[in-house]
Design a protein. Structure first.
Length: 363
């Protein structure tokens, strides 16, 4: 652990992964079911700001997974929703998701320059290399001839063009995937929007090291998460850059550890197996494998990220352990019910993570 590990949690960025898709992030018939409405997400964003969290982020999703819950059958569009939330907030960073295979870089450059102006410099772009074929096949926008490496080569060129459009008065480019002729994108953003990406493949990590300010990482365990965090930071250093690392955590809290665990078990009991299988198939898994892997522990599969359960004190301790051991710079949090659970978290956990005025609740 680094010498600063003991104080790292107090300096960590905390944010929320907004429930832009119906059902939120727990695929279960017995869990709360956040609706994909602007009003619901606006309230969550305002609470995050009131309780001292640092960022709000939304995914881009174009097709749900059916099942008994019709999980993510209803979704909002990330970019336009975050523009609204930029007006609804004053301090939190607003990070929207873009799929590079759906938006030309000249369109994206203009959109995010606009978001940067609306937000007063708080905008961030979560760059996603489209990989869930069914989402894009329904639009006729999936190129099945491109391999994983090809898609990253495409995104590398996409991002390079984007960065030029943000800084140069005119861009002419004759590349493998894009051709621009005296392309202009004014005004330029006064400050470049934050660039974020996820992915653990070799090409994905190298892309993040070259272009991104933040890397979202996942792992099966804390040692793996620490290794991933240090790895991408080392890669960025070799490029003469620095990068911040983040991970995700679902928080299931109650007054006692026992009550929180009971709550988790109840949500797991209602796991929507059909939706979970459909989700895995969308990742590219064969149907048989998707069914067998889901059948092993559906009560855990219902949670799409690692989770922490417990009292406020236990939750705070687990968050500190995660951040400090893995040497993370930030955590993106998920809640079953973003209104009641985020309020409890803000009032009872944030003061433990950030003692003093910065961690005080809204009152």
């Amino acid at each position: 652990m680094s010498e600063t590990g003991g104080t790292r949690a107090a300096d960590t960025e905390y944010g929320i992964f907004l429930p832009i898709g119906s059902g939120g992030w727990i695929v279960s018939e017995t869990a709360p079911h956040p609706e994909a409405t602007y009003a619901y997400n606006r309230r969550a964003a305002v609470l995050a700001e009131e309780y001292g969290l640092d960022f709000i982020m939304s995914m881009g999703k174009w097709r749900g997974y059916d099942g008994a819950t019709d999980h993510w059958g209803r979704t909002l569009e990330s970019m336009t929703m975050m523009a609204g939330l930029a007006e609804a907030t004053e301090r939190v960073k607003v990070w929207a998701t873009i799929h590079t295979n759906l938006f030309h870089p000249a369109i994206a450059a203009k959109m995010y320059t606009t978001l940067q102006e609306i937000s007063g410099g708080r905008a961030g772009m979560n760059i996603v290399v489209g990989a869930y074929a069914k989402e894009f096949e329904q639009m006729g926008l999936w190129n099945e001839t491109l391999s994983h490496a090809d898609r990253y080569r495409y995104t590398e060129e996409w991002t390079s063009v984007l960065e030029r459009l943000w800084t140069e008065p005119s861009v002419s480019h004759d590349g493998e995937f894009f051709q621009l002729d005296d392309c202009r994108s004014l005004p330029h953003p006064e400050r470049r929007p934050t660039l974020i990406a996820a992915g653990r493949s070799e090409t994905g990590l190298e892309f993040q090291a070259r272009h991104c300010d933040g890397s979202f990482l996942t792992s099966q365990d804390l040692p793996g998460l620490r290794e991933a965090s240090l790895d991408v930071k080392t890669r960025a250093e070799k490029q003469g850059r620095s990068i911040r690392t983040y991970s995700m955590l679902t928080v299931i809290m109650a007054d006692t550890d026992e009550a929180a665990e009971a709550r988790r078990l109840e949500y797991g009991r209602g796991a929507d197996v059909d939706a979970l299988v459909n989700m895995k198939v969308s990742w590219g898994l064969p149907l048989e494998r998707a069914m067998s892997s889901t059948a092993e522990r559906p009560e855990d599969e219902a949670f799409q990220t690692p989770f922490v359960t417990g009292s406020p004190e236990t939750v705070a301790a687990r968050i500190r352990e995660t951040v400090e051991f893995a040497e993370l710079d930030g955590l993106m949090l998920i809640f079953p019910d973003y209104h009641s659970d985020l309020t409890e978290f803000g009032e009872r956990v944030m003061p433990l993570l950030r003692p003093g005025p910065a961690g005080e609740g809204a009152g």
